[in-house]
Design a protein. Structure first.
Length: 263
């Protein structure tokens, strides 16, 4: 099996249906779809079961958190590469897996990552070809655009002591501890739903705290310099610009240009 697409869900309704339908529409068929449901009480699973497909596995059982659900699904995954989609996300088009498989023939890596659209916006968010330490400090490609080699989960899955940023910790662990190789694909991989658990207003303080702990663990004293740079470059202002529909396009193009200049 080439790809395992893992979707973690709980009472997601139409969002789950749309995500699974997007996965099924992929022209590349050497893949499986694993739905890890946390015991939904709506009819979302019934709707998915009604879809015609022999490559969908549903695991419905209690879990401790989103990342615990992902860890449970990983144990059942048969794919050489794993991608994690949240209910509400979708692939950018029906050829994403085919394009990724084609890229894999020419480039051998542990993590392949592409670009994304944010739902409700026509702006393409592009990631750089080369991820520097400062770039990784700022953030990493979201898991919806990443195809991870299953070897990166063999020793340990997502660390549940980071309920908000376990995916961020895993990415840095893969790079700095497991020495994972990276390959950027200059294609849009997903349409990102947003409004996720990590973006909720009441989780922002906890997210910032986890970010500080994780980066200090893997980057040491360099984080002191990086924090100062983020303050000087007005990070809160840049975040507002990036989230503004009228300005985000210009911001993303400028950011992409800068990334290409420093690659």
């Amino acid at each position: 099996m080439r790809f395992s697409i893992i979707v973690v869900t709980l009472n997601a309704g139409d969002e789950l249906f749309n995500t699974v339908e997007s996965c099924m529409n992929q022209t590349f068929t050497d893949r499986e779809i694993i739905i890890k449901d946390g015991m939904s009480s709506d009819d979302s699973l019934d709707r998915v079961r009604a879809l015609p497909s022999d490559n969908v596995k549903i695991i419905s059982e209690p879990d401790l958190s989103i990342y615990d659900g992902m860890n449970r699904a990983i144990k059942d995954a048969k794919g050489d590469y794993l991608i994690f989609m949240n209910a509400g996300d979708a692939f950018a088009d029906e050829k994403v897996l085919a394009q990724t498989a084609k890229h894999m023939i020419k480039h051998t890596s542990d993590i392949y990552y592409g670009n994304m659209y944010r739902k409700g916006s026509n702006t393409l968010i592009s990631y750089p070809d080369r991820l520097t330490m400062f770039g990784l400090y700022r953030n990493v490609p979201c898991h919806q655009v990443c195809f991870y080699s299953r070897r990166l989960f063999e020793k340990k899955g997502y660390d549940l002591k980071y309920p908000i940023r376990a995916d961020y910790e895993h990415f840095l662990r893969s790079v700095y501890e497991y020495k994972a190789s990276l390959s950027h694909m200059d294609i849009p991989v997903c349409i990102y739903e947003g409004k996720g658990f990590s973006e909720r207003k009441d989780n922002r303080a906890k997210s910032a705290e986890e970010h500080k702990i994780i980066t200090s663990k893997y980057m040491g004293k360099r984080t002191l310099i990086y924090r100062a740079v983020m303050i000087v470059t007005l990070q809160p202002v840049r975040e507002k610009i990036a989230g503004n529909r009228k300005l985000s396009g210009i911001y993303q193009k400028l950011k992409t240009l800068i990334y290409k200049m420093i690659k």
